[in-house]
Design a protein around this ligand. Structure first.
Ligand code: NA7
Length: 554
């Protein structure tokens, strides 16, 4: 393994690369490997002290893959990687995913081109030079033709602004910035704010050790059994032997996982008894398969949606012994229109004597003191506060970076009313800047390592096209952005997703443009990318290179 912590470099000087990549998580790591394979000179900057991005930061107790899971939540670009890496569980623990990413970094010698513990503080486009200049927290400045923003869709923590929260003198942790040393819960009274995926994974684990846990819930959630299972040597051998077939299915499916398409069936085609039996079978099996195998109108028809919502509410009532607590846990939004949650003993943990639920809708937080949280009904003395309050998701990390494009216009200005972009990866006024998993792409609705590979392969081809054709910059037109926004919204508006407040719609962050910004059909998205590339990058303006260097082929 190469050295992880490089000393700050001298200020003043500027380093030159073909591409600068911001972020050394799943996407940035592949970006580095791929662009380097293309023969480009590349530098990666990341604020963390090692690779992993989201998987480096989110080390809270209970953190696991909560999508369709292993062995298909992985890179697909290297046959050797598939051959040599064994997954042990379907819902891999955070430490197992991070170990995999560390292995990838070792295997492809990635760290030599990554500068860790280095935040990019500013990124500006120079129109005459057709280049981006970045300034970093360590004083290093770099200049590159291409800027790849692999900044993560879930990496800018949402810190609640509650009166007195800074006065609280006990330990405070955000799940998305969990410490690297073990956190001791024994004997402590812990309050957890937030019942999204992170809170619901963490709460049962904390409750096993803590003296008392107060769960501060704003929105009750639908959660489904995680159905975590061991992956045996035979399972791995089967996945390897049939990898080509699995990979083809991953490419063909909307979510990027090898799911067989379901026969088209409405929830309303079945009798109530048939539906109940079907839901029960899925519930017993558990896992993300629940959502992949469902009736195909659950996210479209209110009536179909209600059949599943009622089923889950019945399950919560059956699990939670205290009827008053069960009432508070009853979700009332359309099921699966907030990020579906996989749980391991979440509802059961409300049967423990050391767990109490506070419904913030009827008993809101008024303030914190040095030693307690005070809600309308009274004071809850605590020793520790866990903020499972999520992220300024999808667009938040791009806005935190706030690059300055043509004429010095900042992204914050450009995105004041909407996250204007084309294909979810390029922005008018910001030539040669490419986002991975940006708003307008399938992003969090797709198998993210595979999505990163597919977007970056496409971006790499566009770079090659520029260089092969004497072009220096690619930039979408605002007309193509408008048409793309219409396409993204038309797909989303045919569903119930935009009608629920969630981080998918930006409703969790005050003042954020509120609309559903993901491209919901992954297979159509990648077909659109292929079609646009085949059509001479329709929707982009390709500007002639101002420098001979930039016209060289790669
Ligand atoms: P989420 O899903 O955004 O959950 C955050 C939770 O925190 C959610 O229950 C929020 O309630 C709650 N929250 C946020 N701010 C506040 C304040 N100010 N007061 C009370 N409650 C608050 O984030 P996660 O980290 O759990 O999951 C993110 C994704 O990571 C997940 O979906 C997986 O894809 C991986 P709300 O629902 O907004 O009312």
């Amino acid at each position: 393994m190469t050295s992880k912590n490089q000393p700050p470099r001298e200020g003043g000087s500027i380093e030159h690369y073909d591409a600068v990549i911001i972020g050394a998580g799943v996407s940035g790591m592949y970006a580095l490997h791929h662009l380097r394979e293309m023969g480009l000179s590349v530098r990666v900057y990341d604020g963390a002290s090692d690779v992993g991005g989201t998987w480096w930061y989110n080390r809270y107790p209970g953190a696991r893959v909560d999508g369709p899971g292993s062995p298909f939540y992985c890179y697909t670009f290297s046959e050797e990687l598939i051959e040599e890496w064994d997954w042990e569980e379907t819902q891999s623990e955070q430490s197992a995913v991070l170990a995999y990413l560390e292995h990838v970094a070792d295997r492809f010698d990635l760290r030599r081109d990554i500068q860790f513990e280095t935040w990019v503080r500013d990124a500006r486009y120079d129109e005459a030079a057709q280049r981006w200049t970045v300034e970093t927290s360590t004083g290093v400045r770099a200049c590159a033709q291409f800027l790849i923003c692999a900044v993560g869709a879930l990496s800018t923590a949402n810190m609640p602004d509650i009166p007195g929260i800074r006065d609280f003198a006990g330990e405070t942790y955000h799940t998305g910035h969990w410490p690297h040393q073990p956190v001791q819960f024994e004997g402590k009274r812990v309050a957890v704010i937030g019942t999204g995926s992170s809170g619901i994974q963490a709460i049962p684990e904390i409750a096993k050790e803590a003296a008392h846990v107060t769960v501060l819930q704003r929105t009750p959630q639908f959660a489904f059994p995680a159905g975590n299972r061991p992956i045996t040597a035979e399972d791995m051998a089967h996945a390897r032997a049939n990898w080509d077939d699995f990979r083809a299915k991953m490419y063909a499916s909307n979510g990027g996982f090898p799911a067989d398409p379901n026969p088209s069936r409405s929830a309303l085609d079945d009798t109530p008894e048939q539906r109940q039996a079907f839901y029960e079978e899925l519930w017993q099996r558990g896992g993300f398969g629940f959502f992949l195998k469902l009736y195909d109108d659950i996210a479209i028809s209110e009536e179909a949606n209600a059949t599943l919502a009622d089923f889950v509410r019945g399950k919560i009532r059956a699990i939670v012994r205290d009827p008053e607590t069960a009432d508070k846990l009853m979700p009332d939004h359309f099921v699966i229109t907030k990020r579906p949650i996989l749980e391991n003993g979440y509802f059961e943990c409300f049967n423990r004597d050391n767990v109490a639920l506070v419904d913030l809708r009827e008993d809101p937080i008024e303030r914190f003191t040095e030693t307690s949280v005070i809600t309308r009904s009274g004071e809850h003395p605590i020793d520790m506060l866990v903020l499972a309050t999520g992220f300024d998701a999808i667009s938040g990390s791009m806005l935190r970076l706030n690059p300055k494009g043509r004429g010095g216009e900042s992204l914050k200005e450009r995105w004041r009313d909407r996250f204007h972009n084309y294909l979810g990866l390029a922005i008018a006024g910001f030539p040669n800047l490419f986002m991975v998993h940006g708003p307008g792409s399938p992003g969090v609705f797709y198998n993210m390592p595979l999505g990163a590979e597919r977007q970056l392969d496409w971006i790499g081809n566009l770079m090659r096209h520029l260089r092969d054709n004497g072009k220096g910059a690619a930039e979408p037109t605002t007309d193509s952005e408008t048409a793309w926004a219409g396409e993204v919204s038309a797909i989303a508006d045919a569903t119930l997703f935009p009608r629920t407040d969630s981080w998918w719609t930006g409703a969790n962050i005050e003042g954020k443009p509120r609309y559903f910004s993901a491209y919901l059909a992954g297979s159509i998205y990648y077909a659109r990318l292929a079609e646009i590339a085949a059509n001479d990058y329709d929707g982009f303006v390709l500007e002639p290179a101002h420098r001979a260097d930039d016209a060289k082929a790669c």
